[in-house]
Design a protein around this ligand. Structure first.
Ligand code: GLC
Length: 491
């Protein structure tokens, strides 16, 4: 497909999904909900702070050996510069609350927005018109205000007396709950700083996240969420559970990350007992600690149907399972290595779906157990990718109408790199697996086991870089469910 054909296919996917989206009703989302403090940061600002505090040498040595956690204020600056240098997004945890206050007084934020995979997916799904039940461990009014009220219905379970009631976020809010603001330092491709003789220049836009949070890190399940979701589980087609990347290797109360993961698996099992058809998706975030990656893969991944990762997360998780082939190429978005790496994880953890989303394209693998036709999966991923591009373009969580407007505005440009990578994968598949390259290039999907779905991204001058993966995933899963229900109806 050339760029114009991709745009036409995007429009077709949007129309298909729009017609069927009403066939889904309710979604469950978990587990991490927080507030994002978004701050667009420029090279000169970082340079000024470094110069004022005479931190050149310290920062340079931290860039050589990244601490990957925040114990001092210079660690924050090193995190921003490291992400700018590599163009990759990372999230580091703040170990001392004083640093949170220093970030606030030094940089502040431009705006607050819903954060956390669970929180973001909840808003995306609600804007598509659904009822969504999220897990929210801390709900002060400022957090409740981040939930959208424009469309759909967001319901927070609460225990009152002996029964579960479902409340709107503002009604469920609790004045004294903790406030978790994660700092999102977004930089664009003009970001450049010179420290001594070293120039740090961002190859692409991205973000660095500095997180202070002591509840989501335990993957806490709100008791009312646990009870409430059991009451409605038979009406739910898909649950999306993420936040495992927040786990810590040690907790002050002595608990272990594996115990936290196991509690969530018990929850999944209790849902599946009541609704064996339920599909579970998990978005795997950036995890610096290899041991936590291993525990998450081994404990969680065997209990879900589908996972989503970006290129860095794919490379890191492959490293964890001992796969070393082509990790740098995966980071450089090579489609063959991405496909082979994704397949390795899919097979090892018996997933029926895996989606790799990077800036230029999304590559999704599904096997027949997933129960959706490749053509429908293509439309689902296109739909998700279009919503994510709309978030990047407008800076706000999108509705279907916003996505249509963005697509028709002519401001979204099909990634050139994606076209090259599509071709590269097509040639490989013809040579290695005998699948017609012409057909894969024309359709955007293959009809082999597992089926490969390739979607070229729509690029734009971004007004948002955070939440794009969460948007692709939640919107594509909703579309998937809608198109599957459509098939079942016409059968
Ligand atoms: C991580 C961050 C959160 C952010 C999210 C975006 O979960 O902790 O602040 O909103 O990533 O995907």
């Amino acid at each position: 497909m050339f760029a114009e054909e991709w745009t036409k296919t995007y429009l077709q996917a949007l129309q298909e999904v729009r017609k069927s989206i009403g066939l889904c009703r309710m979604f469950i989302t978990g587990l991490n909900t927080n507030i994002d403090g978004l701050r667009h940061i420029k090279g000169e600002e970082v340079k000024k702070v470094i110069a004022e505090k005479n931190l050149e040498k310290e920062i340079q040595s931290k860039l050589k050996k990244p601490p990957r956690e925040i114990r001092t204020f210079p660690d924050v600056l090193a995190g921003i510069l490291l992400c700018a240098k590599t163009g990759e997004g990372e999230e580091w945890f703040i170990r001392d609350p004083k640093i949170r206050d220093m970030i606030k007084s030094t940089f502040g934020y431009d705006k607050l927005r819903m954060g956390g995979q669970c929180g973001i997916m909840t808003n995306v799904l609600a804007l598509l018109g659904f009822t969504v039940i999220p897990n929210v461990v801390a709900l002060p009014p400022i957090q409740a205000e981040q939930f959208t009220t424009k469309r759909g219905e967001i319901l927070i379970p609460r225990i009152e007396g002996n029964k579960i009631v479902f409340k709107k976020p503002l009604e469920a809010a609790r004045e004294n709950d903790k406030i978790f603001i994660h700092w999102i330092f977004e930089f664009d491709d003009q970001f450049s700083v010179q420290i001594n003789k070293e120039t740090v220049k961002a190859p692409v836009e991205n973000r660095f996240i500095a997180t202070y949070d002591d509840e989501n890190v335990k993957l806490k399940i709100d008791p009312a969420f646990q009870e409430g979701t059991l009451e409605v589980i038979s009406e739910v087609g898909t649950a999306m559970l993420s936040g495992y990347h927040m786990l810590q290797s040690n907790y002050p109360d002595g608990s272990k990350p594996e115990e936290c993961i196991k509690k969530t698996i018990d929850l999944i099992k209790s849902w599946k007992e009541r609704n064996p058809e339920l599909r579970i998706h998990s978005e795997i975030g950036f995890v610096a600690d290899d041991k936590i990656r291993k525990s998450t893969l081994n404990l969680l991944t065997l209990n879900v149907n589908s996972i989503g990762l970006n290129e860095g997360e794919l490379a890191d998780n492959l490293y964890t399972i001992g796969h070393r082939d082509g990790l740098n190429e995966i980071r450089a978005l090579n489609s063959i290595k991405t496909y082979l790496g994704a397949r390795k994880i899919m097979d090892k953890f018996r997933l029926s779906r895996i989606i790799i989303h990077n800036r230029e394209y999304s590559l999704c693998l599904i096997n027949s157990l997933h129960g959706i036709k490749p053509q429908n999966e293509l439309h689902s991923v296109l739909f998700g990718a279009l919503l994510a591009a709309t978030l990047a373009y407008t800076g706000n969580f999108p509705t279907i109408n916003d996505a249509e407007k963005a697509l028709k505005s002519g401001e979204l440009k099909i990634s050139r790199k994606a076209l090259t990578e599509h071709q590269r994968l097509a040639t490989f598949l013809e040579n290695e697996e005998g699948y017609s390259q012409e057909k894969f290039l024309k359709d955007g999907f293959t009809e082999i086991e597992p089926s490969i779905i390739f979607v070229s991204s729509n690029l734009t001058e971004p007004r948002a870089t955070v939440g794009l993966g969460d948007t692709i995933c939640s919107a594509s899963l909703a579309a998937e469910e809608a198109l599957t229900r459509r098939e079942q109806k016409t059968r």
